[in-house]
Design a protein around this ligand. Structure first.
Ligand code: SF4
Length: 394
């Protein structure tokens, strides 16, 4: 079966694939190669113990959806996100109690902590004082220039980066009138205006994010702003939607933006678990060649020849490989017609038969096991591969 799909986000990968095929065809015109960051001159910004910009890897961010005031729950979620591969975490800071909680949260986690503040400049100052590694504000809604000055002063004293965030939904009336509606040009002008105000206050430790839930507008906005500034860009499709819609919109939007070498850190926004955001972000980066490592799962879409419960098995394999740190391709195929051939292309694979299946490793059939034992046998083989790899390293 030639139409293998990666289980996680089936539709996402189909769309990414079409996007990439289109890009590959037009690569000569684009003048750069897949995976190369054409904005390698972006300013390098340190966020706690991580850096973004320049030639540094594109980092994955997510945002907690616990009450930040609830330290225990927030820390538990951040630790789970760290384990899933989150590089930088952001927490909403809507109250002074939430700002105070940052100090305790920060002590218990290992990745940089970003405070997300709206409206109240005092919360931004408090967040910095309680240890935030970066703050995210919209200078347009922080209550005027004096308040912004006060925030910038404290950020400057502690050299804490400010992410200047602008959303299409909050574009200033003047810019809406000037550009006859909410446009990419208007959003860019709004973001750069705000950056300029902070620069005039003598501060340059900045990251920019411009968000729109309209994917095409978001792409255009990033294409325009990337030519006009070298501050690192935090890229994401805002309010992308539920897990399915959000994944598709994010994969298409981020795929096109990142492919052009634009973007230094990303967040996939989903109405769902932040863990899913991180998994999707990792897959997007991996699909585009920006990340390596981890188990890549391919599986057939099933058809009338499938004799085992492949849909269930593929889901179980996907969950089973999560904790196995191996850079391999695992194939889960439904039948003996095309399955073995396809599984041979992978490092290890399963091909189903009638109530049983074979395990194929590096092109050779190594075991024939009952259907009920396929999952555990595959895990056993993967763990053996891991052990061998560790021995080779030692
Ligand atoms: S069951 Fe076999 S033929 Fe059908 S989709 Fe899977 S691999 Fe292809």
């Amino acid at each position: 079966m030639k139409d293998n799909l990666i289980i996680e986000g089936i539709a996402v990968n189909k769309l990414i694939l079409s996007t990439c095929l289109f890009m590959a065809v037009s690569q000569v015109n684009l003048g750069y190669e897949v995976g190369r960051n054409m904005r390698e001159n972006t300013k390098v910004i340190a966020i706690g113990n991580k850096v973004i910009g320049g030639n540094n890897p594109i980092l994955i961010q997510s945002m907690t959806n616990t009450k930040t005031e609830n330290v225990e729950e927030t820390v538990a979620q951040i630790l789970a996100l760290e384990a899933a591969g989150c590089d930088i975490i952001r927490c909403a800071v809507p109250t002074m109690q939430a700002a105070e909680a940052l100090a305790e949260i920060k002590n218990k986690i290992h990745i940089p902590l970003v405070a997300d503040i709206h409206f109240d400049y005092r919360l931004a100052i408090a967040a910095i004082e309680f240890g935030a590694d970066k703050i995210r504000i919209n200078p347009g809604n922080i209550g005027g220039l004096d308040n912004l000055k006060a925030v910038v002063k404290v950020a400057k004293e502690r050299n804490i980066p400010i992410r200047v965030g602008v959303n299409s939904g909050s574009l200033e009336k003047e810019l809406v009138a000037k550009y006859h509606g909410v446009t990419a040009e208007g959003i860019v002008e709004s973001a750069l205006d705000k950056v300029r105000i902070i620069e005039e206050l003598g501060y340059y430790n900045l990251v920019i994010s411009i968000k729109s839930s309209d994917v095409l507008m978001c792409i255009k906005t990033h294409e325009i702003i990337a030519k006009q500034t070298n501050y690192p860009l935090h890229v994401g499709i805002t309010e992308a939607g539920t897990v399915l819609a959000g994944n598709i919109k994010s994969a298409v939007g981020l795929g096109v933006i990142l492919y052009q070498g634009i973007g230094d850190t990303i967040r996939v926004s989903l109405t769902g678990s932040p863990i899913e955001e991180v998994k999707s972000a990792k897959l997007i980066l991996k699909t585009l060649g920006f990340r390596k490592g981890g188990v890549e799962l391919v599986s057939c879409p099933t058809c009338g020849r499938t004799q085992i419960d492949l849909i269930r098995l593929a889901g179980e394999v996907e969950a089973m490989v999560q904790d196995i740190d191996l850079d391999v391709k695992v194939a889960v195929m439904g039948c003996a017609v095309n399955g073995p051939g396809e599984a041979k292309e992978a490092d290890i694979g399963i091909a189903g038969g009638i109530g049983e299946g074979i395990i194929i490793k590096k092109g050779k059939v190594i075991r024939k096991v009952p259907e009920a034992e396929l999952l555990s046998s595959l895990r056993e083989e993967l763990l053996n591969m891991k052990k061998l790899q560790e021995q080779e390293i030692v």
